[in-house]
Design a protein around this ligand. Sequence first.
Ligand code: FES
Ligand SMILES: [Fe+2]
Length: 383
Amino acid sequence: MFINFWYAALRTGQLADQPVKVRMLGQNFVLFRDTAGKAHCLSNICVHRGGSLAGGKVKGDRVECPYHGWQFDGAGQCTRIPSLGAAAKIPARARVDAYPVEERYGLVHVFLGDLPEAERPTIMPIPEYGQPGWHAQVDEYLNTADYRRTIENGLDPAHNEFVHTTHGFSGKEGDSRVPDLNVEERPWGCGFITTYYSPPLQDAKMKAAAGRQGDAVVTAGTFHHGPTCMTTYINPGPGISIHQNVYKTPVDATTVRTFLVQTRTFLLGTENDARFSERNVFVRGQDQVVLSALEPFFTPETNNHELLMPSDRGVARYREFLQQWESRGWRIDEAALARDGDRVARAIPSPARREQPKGWVLDTVPVLAATEQRSRQCLDSTA
Ligand code: FES
Ligand SMILES: [Fe+2]
């Protein structure tokens, strides 16, 4: 798992007048809205004696710990320690990490890391969101999976033929050669658009909307953005498109929460959302059967013990991106963290720690040491 990327914590509607606890990257966070409705995200661990802030209440612009009533503002600063009395001076160390928050595309995104604003990766964009002629719907799932294996699955054009009855022939067509992939770079990732020979659509309404009856050659492809996000572009028929914009948030190393913001140019009304949700669940279920049985469970640390093919070029490039982000010192040292067990509370480093490295009660999560200068070609393309 990686710090220094944006992660979707909640749908905007899930954050109202009470604090909400969200687990991301193996740590707990509290999200709340202030009196102006602005969303905030803090480390959930009260630095007094470990209370869970999300179990408390929102008091004005602050969240109040349920244990002894300390209050923290949206910047993570403690503003009230009731046991010291009303006129008390608050110690400088009475603060928790606070993380940048942005609400976009119907989701509350949180930047989990300490990079200054100018150096941060972007939230994966959805340029068509809110544009005329496009409809958006949000679905949410929770799975046991390594998020990397699921992104790799999205970057894998060869599996459709065998895993998905809706867009493959289960190998019965004889020649299922994947065209040479033109893997293109984008800021913070890579991907490709390719062609698929696809069976007839099964849903009558979809068939009518797509304007085709039988088999067809369709264009589709996937680009990842950072370690956990990707967009799959599908053109099921002439002049119509679906974009599956997927924001994955690792709850921990083996559990992933997925927010799917689907945008489409046909069957625009919300009355069609259930039909697409149903299909998404069906297709995801087909993937999950295969993904849940992969060995090893986690994406391997090298490619030496898998036999990658030209159709895996997107997967291979994604793994290079992961290595390069690791070389920047952004990868959490999960083995070291596991050794802490329940004996040490930690925090994901927040931007304030860059300005004031000292005076924090909690230590940060361990990361694998940075190993490289930031001059590699791939990193330059993302800067
Ligand atoms: S543990 Fe939060 S106020 Fe004491
Ligand atoms: Fe799939």
